[in-house]
Design a protein around this ligand. Sequence first.
Ligand code: HXC
Ligand code: NAP
Length: 290
Amino acid sequence: MSYTEGMLRDEALKGKTILITGGGTGLGRSMGLYFLKLGAKLVITSRKLDVLEATAKEMEKETGGKVLPLSCDVRDIDQVEKMWADALAHYGKIDVVLNNAAGNFISPTERLSTNAFNTVLDIVLKGTSNVTLTAGKSWIQAKQPGTFLNIVTTYAWTGSGYVVPSAAAKAGVLAITRSLAVEWAKYKIRSNAIAPGPFPTEGAWSRLLPGDLVKKFDPAKKVPVGRVGDHQELANIAAYLVSDFSAYVNGEVITIDGGEWLMGAGEFNNLDMIPQELWDMMEASRGKKG
Ligand code: HXC
Ligand code: NAP
């Protein structure tokens, strides 16, 4: 058995319809593919309909499942409401929303224009609140249970230089997750989140670490377990959190980063660089004194 394999039993998501923002590419696509393999039906949505249609076709071919591609810019509430109405008209009900769409720039903050800063805030925070409000109001009105799963980052707690609008927006998404976990539990609506460490995707790698930066800042070197994430291990957690197996998990954020953020946080973690011989010498000199 390995982390590159699917974890849940066959048909674990049978009967569920799952809507994924940013579902045409990267991690959204990988989580969606696994949901389909477990028997769910999917709506994938983002701005680029051509990308979504190609992904939907490939996913359906691979799994024999049903995938509805719908274009929608999550920053625009009118587009979000139309997308939700179209998805409902097609499937009759949506059970799960995976808020995964995002935008991010690596940049010294003083170099960002106001519009650049706002663009990331708008996609990540406002996009999530637009989709969450639309889905939540619809579920509450229909007296239908629902599940939110939001993708944040490990710097949602700590903040991080050079990705300040993303850090601010993800912190907001974390607050939405925990707040609604309590407020909407009475409507049988659960909210959880996943905070991934580095997982190779075209979107994150090419935009955040363009050209030689990926060699200079090899993300695996910052991870105690010595590697970056595999999409299947993220999909495994996501499938669990949207399934009924996690019915008592509400308001939780699962970090999946190989220990990366803690490595930066522990005051003495950099003592890893001290060779064993030096520890031997220090131990020997301590022994002499004793
Ligand atoms: C600084 C930039 C920029 C860059 C664009 N802008 N690219 N500023 N650095 N690399 C500025 C533009 O000049 C403009 O400001 C403003 O941002 C909006 O740009 P548009 O191109 O008009 O934006 P838009 O068409 O809305 O496209 C959204 C996007 C795009 C965010 C710019 O890159 C996108 O689609 N990104 C999604 C993919 C992505 O980022 N994925 C990574 C997620 S990974 P002005 O002032 O000129 O008008 C993640 C976690 C990372 O979030 C963790 C890694 C370990
Ligand atoms: P990605 O492939 O670039 O995914 C981003 C998706 O968001 C794209 O499908 C994009 O599609 C969509 N999107 C962007 N702007 C949008 C908008 N205005 N409206 C609707 N959709 C929009 O990158 P990824 O790495 O898979 O990231 C997925 C999630 O994981 C994000 O929330 C990211 O913050 C998080 N994450 C990733 C990593 C990592 O290492 N990869 C680490 C931590 C967290 P369109 O261009 O078609 O709109």
